[in-house]
Structures are given as structure tokens and as C-alpha cells.
Design a protein around this ligand. Structure first.
Ligand code: HEM
Length: 515
């Protein structure tokens, strides 16, 4: 895709800017709320994605991965026994945003767990919609017979062979705990397994084919295979339902296990209500600007540009040359500034699978936060980069930068010390239909929403400058605002919002307002 596209940028960052909120929760892979629990977040996250999806009804296209598992009503059903869903939600809601639904975040959590902890890559698409109420029940339970399980997976859109695969892939992580399933697993009284979780295989926080090799070799301790009560041995019935052909294949080849799991898990995550249209698979942008921000100085003569550049899957290299050029309203190829490595200069994923290098938009200080000073009248329309002599400009399009609506450093604190004047500089040639502040609100258990606070249009434009100031007085507080604007595009209203957030207490502390 072409940068910028706020939703795709957010999905790309949640998937590929490392570490992410989610990857921190599975680093190391046996991370859990308490130590020596015998449990792992990775297992809870994958089970949560399956149970959210398993309500899908392929006949009418209802249910599926839509975040309905966040409702306590759904979590309290017998088919959702255990606290794994409640445990998963805090991580998932932290990664959710105005652009990332709870359902997208559940899918990302499962992918992050599997990819970070030994497993294959799984294609990720975004734009799931969150259900507003619980779905109908539909998750299979261990005491059901094989026919019921085949019917259940058929309803979810999977054949019998695919069911074998999906259960084996899921049950590579975790196990069955005593507390929610006392009839399947006894209390273990093991100080290294305080929650008495009998694991599906000997590597319960690593995604691998041991679930199959141990099953085929007869050494498995999987409580849904060798449990004393055969009624609840659902994995035994499922794994054996094709004469062990699928499991034998998985045991013989980790590659086959990985490629099958990658495809089946992607389909599981992409099983969504029929009204939902998913994005294309999100792939990393090789060269990506991030946190790009412009501010106008109080005297309106200078725009300060700050931001970062990410080079995906590229280790830090002090000999690399990275330069920034920009186009303004009259000419291209301005600037040609050398960029310096950020601090830290690179970031890596769990297990060091990928490393990205980061650079600041800063002319002088290596590792420092700074900004480039640009002439306000000339402005800026797009960025491009030259990395070791290679031009990176999205095939000539450039990386578009919005200088029409920016934070103005003339913002100030009122002398009553209770309010602040929030100034937004609007380029006279930009002519937005509205300018407003955006405040993100979280209504648990939902994904954040945005409320807009309109800023009144000034009575006249400032003809002595290229920018006019739109002002609003707000209480002094730590509430964070993005600056938003609406422009009239050819296809209707187009919204823009700044990547950076501002507070009346922090960002405007440039000084006291004139009397
Ligand atoms: C007939 C189908 C299935 C049945 C009857 C079943 C049953 C169970 C049961 C009883 C547990 C123990 C839960 C606990 O103690 O908290 C469990 C755990 C788990 N299941 Fe399944 N499952 C099925 C299919 C799947 C599928 C398709 C996936 C994912 C693709 C999956 C992923 C998991 C994971 C990751 C755990 C470990 C949770 C933990 O350790 O906290 N299951 N399953």
C-alpha cells in the first residue's frame, strides 16, 4: 500500500514494529501473570482466538472472529470454561486502538504468540468489526462425540481433515487445567506447575510438532488423548479419525506441520461475519516513515519537522548513509539532510527473528531527539529518502506530509492557570471544512472511539502569513488530543489527524498567554 494510510499504518506497526505491546507479553515465551504456574500467555491467546471464531455459522455467515469473546456473558458459558479469555483481554485491549478492533487485536495476539514462539508465519489481514453483543454458542467440548465435532467444525467451515489439523496446531501450546476441568486433570501439587495444567505435549510454550510426534510414538501425556475418562478424550477421537494419516504426516515433517498450521490458522483468523471485508494481507513496508510531526513556530516563519524512518529487516550499520529529501509547495529535492541513527538504533522481534533500523529526522545529534527547521512559506508536501544511494520514494509518489493543519507553538497557558489556549495553524491554501481536536475514549470492554471537539473558525484569515490560527480554550489537563481536520476531496469529506498527541498542560507550556 501507499503510505500514509492511517488504518493500514497502524495494523502494519502492530504487526511489524517490534517490540509491540503484544510481543512484550510473550517475551519470554513462558510469560504468565505468575511464575511456575504451568501456564503461558501464548496458549491463552491462541485458545481465545479459536473460541471467538468457533461461534461462526457458515450457513448464514454469522458469528466468527468478531471480539464477542470479550463479553463476560460469553466467557461464563460452559463451553468457555477457564480464565484464559479474561487473562487475554488486558493485552488485547492495550493493542486495540481507533484503527485496530478488539477482533483484529485478538488475531494479532494469536499470530504474535505463534510467530514469536517457534511457529510459522501466518498471513494477517485487518479490518475485523467488533460484535456489539455476544454470539450464539458453538464451541466444541471434550465430552462430545466425534460426529458432533465433525458437525461443529463443518459449521465453522472446516472439513474433518482440517479439523484434525486445526486441533493439532492449537494443542501445540498449553494444556488442560485442573480448576476448570477437575474431571479430566487431577490436582498435581507440583510447585513448578501451580495451576495443575497437564500439557498437550512436552513443549507447552513452544509451537512445534511434538504434539504429533509424541502422539504417534505413544509417549504423549495429552490429557485429551490418555485421560482416564475416555468420554473426554476428544483429541484421541479426532486425531485417530482418519487412521492417523494426518498426525503421522505432522510427526514425520515439521515443515508440513508448519505449512498446514499457517494456512489453517490464517483461515481460522479470517473467519469473520459476512458483513466484514478484510484488508489485503498486511506486509511490512521496507522503508517507512513513523511519528511524522510538524509544528509551526510562534512567529509563523519556521515549520519544525520531526519523525522517524524504519528500515525493515535491516540491522544497524554505522557505515550506512541515509538522507532525507523533501518536496515543498514549489520545488522538489530540498533538504538532502543526513539522518542519524535513533536511540536505540535498532529493534528486534522475540527470538531476534527480525531486526529493523531506526533513524531520527535530525541534522546534528546522533541518537538525539530533534527536528528539522523548514521555511514555513515554502512548506512541505512529501518526503523521500536515499539509503546508500538508492532512492526510496514509493515509486515516485513520495511519502505525503500534511502541512495544512499543524500544532502552533503560539499555544499558551492562560493567566488564571486553569485554562489553556490551544492554537492550530491552518495553511490559508488548505481550506479545511472543519478543524477539531480528537480525544480517544475507552469504554471497556470496547475498542477506543474518537470524540471530536470543533475549533471555531477565525473571523478572518491572516493575509500577512501563509498560516492563520484557529484557537480554542480548554481546561488545563493531561487529556491527550490529536489535531483533526476534514477536507473536501473529490469523493467526499476526507479526514486527517496528526500522528502526535498534545495536552494542554504539557504541549502548550511554551509560555503564558499575553495579557
Ligand atoms: C474439538 C475441538 C476442541 C476441544 C474439545 C478442545 C478442548 C480443550 C480443552 C478442554 C482445553 C483446556 C482449557 C483449559 O484448561 O483452560 C483446551 C485448551 C486449549 N485449546 Fe482446545 N479444544 C479444541 C480445539 C482447539 C482448537 C481448534 C484450537 C486452536 C486452533 C485450540 C487451542 C487450545 C489451546 C491453545 C489450549 C491451551 C490453553 C491453555 O493452556 O491455557 N483448541 N482445549
Amino acid at each position: 500500500y501507499t503510505w500514509p494510510a492511517p488504518q493500514l499504518d497502524a495494523l502494519e506497526a502492530a504487526r511489524f514494529d517490534l517490540p509491540t505491546t503484544l510481543s512484550l507479553g510473550v517475551d519470554p515465551c513462558d510469560s504468565f501473570f505468575t511464575t511456575s504456574s504451568g501456564r503461558a500467555n501464548v496458549a491463552d491467546w491462541v485458545r481465545t482466538a479459536y473460541h471467538d471464531m468457533a461461534t461462526y455459522n457458515s450457513e448464514d455467515g454469522t458469528g466468527g472472529l468478531d471480539g464477542s469473546i470479550r463479553f463476560t456473558e460469553e466467557q461464563s458459558r460452559p463451553e468457555n470454561a477457564g480464565d484464559g479469555f479474561a487473562n487475554t483481554m488486558p493485552f488485547v485491549t492495550l493493542q486495540a486502538s481507533r484503527y485496530i478492533s478488539i477482533a483484529d487485536s485478538i488475531a494479532l495476539a494469536a499470530i504474535t504468540a505463534i510467530e514469536s514462539c517457534g511457529g510459522p508465519e501466518i498471513p494477517f489481514r485487518g479490518n475485523r468489526t467488533d460484535a456489539t453483543h455476544p454470539n450464539s454458542p458453538g464451541v466444541p467440548e471434550p465430552q462430545q462425540d466425534l460426529d458432533a465435532h465433525i458437525a461443529s467444525f463443518k459449521k465453522q467451515g472446516f472439513t474433518k481433515e482440517e479439523m484434525i489439523g486445526l486441533v493439532a496446531c492449537g494443542h501445540s501450546f498449553g494444556g488442560v487445567q485442573h480448576a476448570p476441568f477437575p474431571d479430566i486433570v487431577p490436582e498435581m501439587n507440583d510447585p513448578d506447575n501451580k495451576e495443575s495444567s497437564q500439557h498437550f505435549d512436552s513443549t507447552f510454550f513452544t509451537f512445534d510438532n511434538n504434539v504429533a510426534t509424541e502422539y504417534i510414538s505413544g509417549t504423549t501425556q495429552n490429557p485429551l488423548v490418555v485421560g482416564l475418562n475416555d468420554t473426554t478424550n476428544s483429541d484421541k477421537r479426532i486425531f485417530g479419525s482418519d487412521g492417523n494419516v494426518t498426525m503421522q504426516g505432522f510427526a514425520d515433517s515439521q515443515d508440513l506441520f508448519f505449512s498446514t498450521c499457517s494456512a489453517l490458522l490464517a483461515r481460522m483468523l479470517d473467519t469473520v461475519p459476512k458483513e466484514t471485508t478484510l484488508t489485503d494481507v498486511i506486509t511490512p513496508l521496507p522503508v517507512k516513515p513513523a511519528s511524522v510531526e510538524l509544528q509551526l513556530d510562534a512567529d509563523k516563519s519556521t515549520l519544525k519537522l520531526s519523525g522517524l524512518l524504519r528500515l525493515w529487516n535491516t540491522p544497524a550499520d554505522p557505515t550506512r548513509s541515509v538522507r532525507l529529501l523533501y518536496a515543498d509547495h514549489t520545488s522538489a529535492n530540498n533538504g538532502n539532510y543526513t539522518l542519524f541513527p535513533a536511540n536505540p538504533p535498532s529493534s528486534t522481534s522475540v527470538g531476534n527473528k527480525y531486526t529493523s533500523s531506526w533513524y531520527w529526522y535530525n541534522r546534528t545529534i546522533s541518537g538525539g531527539i530533534g527536528a528539522l527547521a523548514l521555511d514555513a512559506e515554502q512548506g512541505i508536501t512529501s518526503l523521500s529518502f536515499v539509503v546508500d544511494g538508492k532512492v526510496e520514494d514509493q515509486d515516485g509518489v513520495g511519502f505525503k506530509v500534511e502541512d495544512g493543519v499543524v500544532f502552533s507553538k503560539s499555544s499558551c497557558i492562560k493567566r488564571d492557570f486553569k485554562t489553556a489556549r490551544f492554537d492550530v495553524a491552518v495553511r490559508n491554501s488548505a481550506s479545511p471544512t472543519r478543524v477539531y481536536l480528537e480525544q480517544i475514549q475507552v469504554h471497556s470492554p470496547d475498542a477506543p472511539t474518537v470524540i471530536e471537539i470543533d475549533i471555531p473558525r477565525p473571523s478572518s484569515v491572516d493575509a500577512d502569513s501563509v498560516y492563520s490560527i484557529w484557537s480554542i480554550e480548554l481546561p488545563l489537563s493531561i487529556v491527550q488530543y490529536h489535531i483533526g481536520a476534514e477536507f473536501l476531496g473529490s469523493g467526499g469529506a476526507v479526514k486527517y489527524s496528526t500522528a502526535a498527541v498534545y495536552t494542554t498542560s504539557g504541549s502548550v507550556s511554551g509560555g503564558l498567554c499575553p495579557e
